[in-house]
Unconditional design. Structure first.
Length: 494
C-alpha cells in the first residue's frame, strides 16, 4: 500500500492527545450512542437477523475463495455492457489511471461520490497535483474538505464536528470553493443542509466527469451498486458524461440475487434504516445510455488491489476483506468513542481499521504496529458485525505478528518479517510462560509458592509493568491454586 498517513504518531500518542479534547469526546459520545441505539432497534425488528448475518458471511467467504474467477467474470460482463475495466496493483497505479482518464476528457474538475477507496489511495491529492480539482459532494465529506480536515468515521466522516463548527467552516470556506454560504447562516441542520445543497448544485450541473466507488459489484451481470442517503451520489452517477469508479477487488459478489442479503443488513447496520434511501445500480452504459440516452457516455471501472491480494493470503486475516463498510463496529467500540478516528492514522478507523490497515500497509511503521493493540478485546465489534468478522481474533493474530515476526505475503511474495522494535520484554514473557506451561511440576511448585507468599504481593508492578498498574489494580493471589482445590475437593486427578 503506497498511499498512507504514515506521518501520524503511533496510536497511543495520538489517542493520548485526543482524549484530552473535551469537545471531541462529547461529539463522539453523543453521535456513537445515538447511532448504535437506533441500529439495535432496527436489527431487533428482523427475526432472521442471525441467518442473514450467516448468509452474508458465507457469500463473502465463498467469493474470496474464488476471487480470481469472479473478477474475470466481472470484467467480461462490464466489457460486454460497454464499460472499460482497468486493473491497478497499488495506489500509484490507480491514481495514474484516473488522472489520465480525466485528462483525456479535457476537463479540469470532477465531482465525487463518497468513496473509501479513493480516500485510501489519496486520489484527491493526486488529481490536485495534476491540476485537476476534485469536489466532494457527500455532506460530511464536503465538511471535511472545506475544513481541510481528515475523515474520522467510515459512515459519518465529520462525526467529530458539531453544528457550530460546521457553520463556521461553511461561512469561512464555501466562497473559496464556489458559491458562498448564505448570509446570515445559523447552525440549524436545515440551514446547513440548504447551504450545502445550493453550493453543490452548480457543481453537479457543470461537471462533465464524476468519480465514484461502489458498495458492491455483481460478477454475473457487471452491475455496480452504490448506496447513499442524500441523493448526491445519484446526481454524480447520472449527470456527467464520463464516470470513473474506483473499487476494491473484494467488493465483488457472485450473483444479483446475493444483493438481497446485503441490501437488508447494510442499511440497518450503518444508518439504522430498514431500506436504503438511494440505491443506484448501473451496468456498463446500459441500454439507454450513450450519445442520445441518459447518463454517462463513457464508463471506466478501476479495480484496486493495493494490498488486498496479500491480505487474502493470510488465512486468519483475510476475513477482514468481508467488510461491507457499515461502521457498526466503530459505534460500539469504547476505544474509538474516546480516541476518535484520527488517532488511527488511516481512512479506516476503529476496530476494522485496526485489523485492515496493518494488513494492507504492513506493520513496518510505528502507527501500523500499534493498531492491533488499539482495542480492549471486549468483542462488541464482532457481536454487531453484519458479516461476522471476528475482529478480536485478527487483533490477537496481528499482535503475534508484531511481537514475534514470522512469514507474511508482501507484493505476492512470501517473506519472513522481523519482530517490531519495542516488544523484547513481551517476547521474553511469552517464552518464559511457554517454558513454565510445558512443565507441569514446575507450574505446580510455582503456584504453591505464589499462594504462600501472597501477602507479599505488590500492589503495583515494577519496570515495564508499571504502565499497566498505573490504571489497573493487580488481581489478588488466591489462597490455593485451582489444581490444589480440585485435589482437595475431588481427590487426586488421574
Amino acid at each position: 500500500m503506497t498511499r498512507t498517513d504514515l506521518g501520524m504518531p503511533a496510536f497511543p500518542e495520538a489517542a493520548r492527545e485526543a482524549v484530552r479534547d473535551g469537545v471531541l469526546r462529547a461529539n463522539l459520545r453523543h453521535a456513537t450512542h445515538t447511532i448504535r441505539d437506533k441500529r439495535a432497534r432496527a436489527v431487533a425488528e428482523l427475526a432472521d437477523w442471525d441467518r442473514l448475518r450467516a448468509a452474508g458471511k458465507a457469500v463473502k467467504d465463498h467469493t474470496l475463495r474464488h476471487l480470481d474467477r469472479y473478477l474475470l467474470r466481472l470484467e467480461a460482463a462490464v466489457t460486454a455492457a460497454g464499460g472499460t475495466v482497468h486493473w491497478a496493483v497499488d495506489a500509484d497505479e490507480a491514481n495514474r489511471i484516473v488522472t489520465e482518464l480525466v485528462r483525456a476528457t479535457g476537463e479540469r474538475e470532477v465531482v465525487k461520490v463518497k468513496s473509501m477507496a479513493t480516500q485510501e489511495i489519496g486520489l484527491n491529492e493526486a488529481l490536485e497535483a495534476a491540476g485537476i480539482a476534485a469536489y466532494e459532494t457527500d455532506l460530511a465529506e464536503l465538511i471535511v474538505q472545506l475544513g481541510r480536515d481528515r475523515p474520522s468515521h467510515i459512515l459519518v466522516p465529520a462525526i467529530h464536528r458539531n453544528r457550530a463548527e460546521i457553520r463556521d467552516i461553511f461561512r469561512a470556506e464555501m466562497g473559496r470553493w464556489g458559491r458562498p454560504a448564505p448570509d446570515p447562516l445559523g447552525d440549524d441542520p436545515r440551514e446547513l443542509a440548504e447551504a450545502a445543497r445550493l453550493h453543490l448544485r452548480e457543481k453537479f450541473l457543470r461537471a462533465k466527469v464524476a468519480v465514484s466507488g461502489a458498495n458492491f459489484m455483481v460478477a454475473e451481470t457487471g452491475t455496480m451498486v452504490v448506496l447513499e442517503s442524500e441523493g448526491n451520489g445519484r446526481m454524480c452517477l447520472t449527470l456527467p458524461e464520463t464516470l470513473i469508479s474506483v473499487v476494491g477487488i473484494e467488493k465483488v459478489v457472485p450473483t444479483f440475487r446475493d444483493l438481497e442479503i446485503f441490501l437488508q443488513t447494510l442499511p440497518r447496520s450503518s444508518t439504522a434504516e430498514r431500506m436504503n434511501p438511494y440505491t443506484t445500480m448501473w451496468t456498463g452504459l446500459g441500454p439507454s445510455r450513450g450519445a442520445d440516452g441518459d447518463g454517462p457516455s463513457a464508463f471506466h471501472l478501476v479495480l484496486l488491489d493495493n494490498g488486498r491480494t496479500d491480505t487474502l493470503a493470510d488465512e486468519t486475516g483475510r476475513q477482514a476483506l468481508r467488510c461491507i463498510r457499515c461502521s457498526a463496529c466503530l459505534n460500539v467500540c469504547p476505544v474509538y468513542e474516546r480516541a476518535g478516528g484520527h488517532a488511527y492514522g488511516s481512512v479506516y478507523p476503529g476496530p476494522i481499521g485496526a485489523v485492515l490497515s496493518p494488513q494492507l500497509r504492513g506493520t513496518g511503521s510505528a502507527i501500523d504496529a500499534s493498531l492491533p493493540y488499539a482495542s480492549t478485546l471486549c468483542g462488541a465489534c464482532y457481536d454487531v458485525c453484519p458479516v461476522a468478522i471476528d475482529i478480536p481474533e485478527i487483533l490477537v493474530h496481528l499482535r503475534e505478528r508484531v511481537a514475534q515476526g514470522g512469514p507474511v505475503t508482501r507484493h505476492g511474495i512470501r517473506v519472513r518479517i522481523r519482530p517490531t522494535h519495542g516488544h523484547t520484554a513481551e517476547r521474553a514473557a511469552v517464552r518464559a510462560a511457554r517454558l513454565l506451561l510445558d512443565r507441569p511440576g514446575a507450574l505446580r511448585a510455582g503456584e504453591r509458592l505464589l499462594a504462600r507468599a501472597r501477602r507479599l504481593a505488590p500492589r503495583r508492578l515494577p519496570g515495564p509493568g508499571r504502565a499497566w498498574t498505573d490504571t489497573r489494580e493487580l488481581p489478588s493471589v488466591p489462597a490455593e491454586s485451582f489444581r490444589d482445590w480440585w485435589t482437595r475437593e475431588r481427590g487426586t486427578p488421574q
